[in-house]
Design a protein around this ligand. Structure first.
Ligand SMILES: Cc1ncc(COP(=O)(O)O)c(C=O)c1O
Length: 371
């Protein structure tokens, strides 16, 4: 079933702002110009904290800085090791390096998440913190990670950049570890019109420290308590974020429904196509819908020729990047991650797709893998 001219795009950002409402709210601020730490930042923070069930949220200029400032606030720095996973976006490891610490990787499980079984072996006397990544919008096993962390007195920072609204039982991500780091990058489920990030925490001390650090260490207009950074969330981005936040539960529900449709329709294609594994009691919000496929090198151009846009998150694991050479890993260091890297494919799952779009994608896959 080929339909010439048919496009199923990976994302559709312009649709998000098409009704003009967000632009109108942003434009209004130009008559007041409270561009830095305007009152809308605190309003957005408190709504974001509520969304995550966390006591505090602090608006920052990126998800990367949310990870970096969480590490700083929790005292991780030079000489320390921080454990994370090699299949994340590079910023997870990059933030550890920014803080002056050394990233240490552990392999992942079939859900693309930190495998807690590998954690104990990775811990050394220098280990300071663990950063599990809720990759694809699927929460990592926080109970198992937390149990190891508390045995060794390590902080847990959730990389929730892809997972706003995800939960384990009644606990939302960002409220489980010592801190949660969210990205508001435009492609995320809660994206703004540029860079932005949010740190969540239940600790008043951590929130206070990060508020200081994001604003040059200034306790008030004139007094500097510590040397800090410039990492504030812009007022205009807070206005956008607040508007997007109002619809974020609906975005998650729509993506979950799309994922269920794919799950059902693609199941007969196993083992050529393996749908994302699920755990009971977990709300997975599908920032990405990642399948494992055979013959990906041929499948991607085939889908493209049929107008279906797909992506790979991510084609080269962090431990095999040039930037990571000095860490001493090699091909074979993380066999599960590496095997997945050669097979993963992100299908379009965004909230503006119609059932017809999803069925069109499924039909192309059916045609590619004759049964
Ligand atoms: C898993 C993960 N961690 C960290 C980041 C960094 O976030 P940002 O791009 O907002 O700095 C991203 C997003 O790009 C991400 O996907």
């Amino acid at each position: 079933m080929t339909e010439p001219g048919r496009r199923v795009t990976y994302m559709d950002l312009p649709r998000q702002f098409a009704d003009g409402e967000v632009v109108r709210r942003v434009a209004e601020e130009f008559s007041r110009c409270r561009f830095v730490l305007g009152p809308q930042v605190a309003e957005f923070e408190s709504r974001f904290a509520r969304l995550c069930g966390a006591a505090h949220a602090v608006g920052l200029n990126s998800g990367t800085d949310a990870l970096f400032l969480a590490l700083k606030a929790l005292g991780a720095g030079a000489g320390d090791e921080v454990i994370t996973v090699p299949n994340s976006f590079v910023a997870t490891a990059g933030a550890i390096v920014m803080a002056g610490a050394t990233p240490v990787f552990v392999d992942v499980n079939a859900e693309y998440l930190m495998d807690p079984a590998g954690l104990e072996d990775a811990i050394t006397p220098r280990t300071r913190a663990i950063i599990p990544v809720h990759l694809t919008g699927n929460p990592a096993d926080m109970d198992a990670v937390g149990a190891v962390a508390s045995r060794h007195r390590l902080a847990v920072i959730e990389d929730a950049a892809q997972a706003v609204g995800a939960s384990i039982g009644s606990r939302r991500v960002g409220s489980i570890g010592e801190a949660g780091a969210f990205s508001l990058f435009p492609l995320k489920n809660l994206g703004v019109a540029g860079d932005g990030g949010m740190l969540t925490t239940n600790s008043a001390a951590v929130a206070d420290r990060v508020r200081l650090l994001r604003h040059h260490g200034l306790r008030n207009r004139d007094e500097v308590e510590v040397f800090g950074y410039n990492s504030r969330l812009d007022t205009l981005q807070a206005i956008v974020g607040d508007a997007v936040l109002a619809g974020v539960e609906q975005v998650a529900e729509t993506r979950i429904r799309h994922a269920q449709l794919y799950d059902r329709a693609l199941a007969p294609l196993a083992p050529h196509v393996i749908v994302p594994p699920r755990r009971a009691g977990v709300r997975q919000v599908f920032h990405t819908y990642v399948v494992q496929v055979e013959a990906r090198d041929r499948l991607m151009p085939f889908l493209e020729s049929r107008g279906v846009e797909t992506k790979i998150h991510y084609p080269i694991p962090i431990h095999l990047q040039k930037a990571a050479e000095s860490l001493g890993y090699k091909r074979g260091s993380f066999p599960v991650c590496e095997a997945q890297t050669g097979r993963i494919l992100s299908l379009p799952v965004h909230e503006y797709l119609t059932d017809d779009d999803l069925e069109y994608v499924v039909a192309q896959l059916m045609e590619f893998y004759p049964r």
